[in-house]
Design a protein around this ligand. Structure first.
Ligand SMILES: N[C@@H](CCC(=O)N[C@@H](CS)C(=O)NCC(=O)O)C(=O)O
Ligand SMILES: [Fe+2]
Length: 361
């Protein structure tokens, strides 16, 4: 069984793919994006997976890879093409290699042309192929920089991608118009550059006249990607260190109830439930300030700005939104109480008011 997810970085229109072997829980990420490192790490953790490889389809010109960052966070290894010329990889891939995760594997196909080191990763059963920027949906990667060569790209697509079964699903490195996937058969018929009856000469002529401006991030992205995304002296965005926080895939920093019970005196506790809930059956945490979620935008000034804040509600849903509202107001040390008062009560932690479930009522 395969676990498969497609994720998107809106800044660069990049797709990142997660493939996991359901039984062993081993997974790989294809083309992670640096700025999405926390998102990807949280996703891998929440699905109970172990990230063993990050795989690059090529040295990107438009965004920085998350490979190095994920290696620091999760201990994953970095692989990309030997022909990429990049330093800092754990494995340099060549045409015909296999990258295994659990009982599954990806077959490595060299598909140069967009760059000299472009790879396509084909799933073991040929049901899916991850083409990077060699083949895009109704398009293809540009060929005007990074050893780009239109004739080479034409042959890569025709000989190494279009030779897969028509039903093989194609997952590209980007899409700029909102499409997510295509298939070999579909691109053979409808791709205006490489499909239909066009030949190499037609393709080379088409590619010579794209007239695209260079990617905005190119001068930063290419040198960084040639180091597999390792920052060059620049400091990393630091994780908050005032508590052992967990970042959920939804992007919310969370704190566990036991930590809050032990450190209640060091933080301000903000309960965002309605007043009747605050004094209702679930009770509230001693010393908590009560500001209902609907009033938070107007009453943020009642909180001390420099003090770490933990938001609380019934289940953790409304208080997650409270962290977002407070961040917009400039608060930076904010976390949500995981599980809210429901989990707090289930763990029988001390509370003010409410029903004492432990007394058997
Ligand atoms: N506007 C984008 C540039 C997008 C771009 O050039 N993308 C490359 C892939 S790295 C490409 O091959 N695009 C093909 C196309 O747009 O047809 C940016 O500034 O990042
Ligand atoms: Fe690219």
């Amino acid at each position: 069984m395969l676990v498969f997810r497609q994720m998107f970085d809106a800044q660069s229109s990049t797709y990142t793919y997660l493939l996991a072997d359901a039984a062993s829980r081993e997974c790989v990420l294809i083309d992670p994006v640096f700025e999405q490192g926390r998102r990807d790490a949280a996703f891998v953790a929440e699905l109970g997976l172990t990230l063993i490889w990050t795989l690059e389809t090529h040295v990107h010109a438009d965004h920085i890879t998350g490979a190095w960052l994920l290696k620091q966070r999760l201990g994953s290894k970095i692989a990309l093409a030997e022909a990429s010329g990049a330093a800092g990889a754990d494995r340099l891939l060549r045409d015909g290699d296999r990258v295994s995760f659990g009982d599954r594997f990806l077959e490595v196909r060299a598909t140069p042309g967009h760059t000299g080191g472009c790879l396509t990763y084909v799933l073991d059963d040929w049901s899916r192929a991850f083409t990077g920027d060699a083949l895009l949906i109704r398009g293809c990667g540009r060929t005007d920089f990074q050893q780009g060569d239109a004739g080479t790209l034409f042959r890569s697509i025709r000989d190494r991608i279009f030779t897969l079964p028509d039903a093989c699903r194609i997952y590209p490195g980007h899409d700029y118009r909102g499409a997510t996937a295509t298939s070999v058969g579909e691109e053979k018929r409808f791709n205006p550059r490489v499909g239909g009856a066009g030949n190499e000469k037609d393709f080379v002529g088409h590619m010579a006249h794209l007239g695209l401006p260079h990617p905005k991030q190119m001068d930063i992205a290419v040198p960084a990607n040639l180091r597999c995304g390792r920052p060059d002296g620049a400091s990393l965005p630091a994780d908050p260190d005032w508590a052992p926080l967990n970042l959920t895939f939804a992007g919310i920093w969370e704190v566990r109830p036991h930590w809050l019970e032990e450190h209640a005196g060091e933080v301000q506790i903000l309960d965002v439930r309605e007043p009747d809930e605050f004094i209702g059956a679930l009770g509230h945490i001693e010393g908590a300030l009560s500001i209902p979620l609907g009033q938070l935008a107007a009453r943020g000034a009642e909180l001390s700005p420099g003090k770490p804040t933990v938001t609380v509600c019934r289940s953790g849903g409304r208080s997650a939104q409270a962290t977002v509202i407070l961040q917009r107001q400039g608060f930076d040390k904010i976390a949500n109480l995981a599980g809210g008062m429901l989990l707090w009560n289930a763990e029988m932690r001390p509370k003010a008011g409410g029903i004492d479930y432990d007394a058997g009522l």
